[in-house]
Design a protein around this ligand. Structure first.
Ligand SMILES: NC(=O)c1ccc[n+]([C@@H]2O[C@H](COP(=O)([O-])OP(=O)(O)OC[C@H]3O[C@@H](n4cnc5c(N)ncnc54)[C@H](O)[C@@H]3O)[C@@H](O)[C@H]2O)c1
Length: 263
């Protein structure tokens, strides 16, 4: 067995959504296999704090609004100026339950155009812009790996019987945007494959983040594996898709969900 298969030494990586729950997990996965990681987020203070928490590795933090093409161009040129290249991009920033405003009404009947546009802008347009701007840099290098973070709700609809009484919402735009991320991945992957850039998506299931009560009970009952995912259970998939271990994997959606989408 080639023990260099998952090696990321000398690789330069950019992970968006670095201030949230999963961004720093992806950073740990990449850094522990040798990559130099830039963690970016619109919330730079929290992103810096998260980067500092990962004491074992030096993780750099940068400000980035993924909905702005100018922001993407700026961050690409900053990293290229510093390191000469970008080998790995993880499009992880997301408009999630933590981002929503107090005026948010999840019902389909009342779902506002404003919230639809906000979610689409971050989850889908932001991912498109990342694929395009960092993808162009990778084309010039002749190599790169892009991983778009989708969701179990990019594969199936939320089970609407899960949520009443739990305080958690799953709005229409989140599901549609994440299905869009999987579709975008296939398009960009097949466009860029011959140019040396591999593009894949990774689909997390429900990640445990202190959930309890009715929500946790229902989720455990509905998930074949009988529990939510631990936030560190995506690390193997991230390293696999980022490294040459997946050199022939193009346009794939790697589902890590405990079986949620299997039945
Ligand atoms: N946590 C889960 O259970 C779960 C399940 C499936 C998929 N996902 C996906 O995984 C990714 C990470 O999820 P998470 O749980 O860490 O979410 P999170 O809400 O904890 O983090 C998301 C981060 O994205 C950032 N962000 C929002 N808008 C931005 C913008 N315009 N520009 C830059 N950054 C922006 C936020 O500031 C936040 O730090 C998301 O794409 C999410 O949809 C999460």
């Amino acid at each position: 067995m080639d023990n260099k298969l998952f090696d990321l030494s000398g690789k330069i990586a950019l992970v968006t959504g670095g201030a949230g729950l999963l961004g720093s997990e992806h950073a740990i996965a990449l850094a522990s296999h040798g990559a130099k990681v830039y963690l970016a987020d619109i919330n730079i203070e929290k992103c810096r704090y998260k980067a500092e928490q990962i004491k074992a590795y030096t993780i750099y933090s940068l400000k980035l609004d993924v909905t702005s093409k100018e922001n993407w161009q700026k961050i690409v040129s900053e990293i290229v100026k510093q390191d000469g290249k970008i080998d790995i991009l993880i499009n992880n920033a997301g408009y999630t339950n933590s981002t929503k405003t107090s005026a948010f009404d999840k019902t389909f009947e009342n779902f506002s155009l404003n919230d639809w546009n906000s979610i689409m802008n971050v989850n889908l347009t932001g991912t498109f812009l990342g694929c395009q701007t960092v993808g162009n840099q990778m084309i010039s290098q002749g190599k790169g790996s892009i991983i778009n973070i989708a969701s179990l709700y990019g594969v199936v609809s939320p089970n609407h019987k899960m949520y009443p009484g739990t305080g958690i919402v799953q709005p229409v735009a989140y599901t549609v945007s994440k299905h869009g991320v999987v579709a975008l991945t296939k398009y960009v992957a097949t466009w860029l494959a011959e140019k040396g850039v591999r593009v894949n998506s990774l689909t997390p299931g429900g990640i445990f983040d202190g959930h309890d009560g009715l929500f946790l009970e229902r989720f455990k009952n509905l998930n074949p594996i009988g529990r939510m995912s631990d936030k560190n259970e995506l690390r193997g998939g991230i390293v696999y898709l980022a490294s040459d271990a997946s050199s022939h994997v193009v346009g794939h959606n790697l589902v890590i969900d405990g079986g949620w989408t299997a039945w």
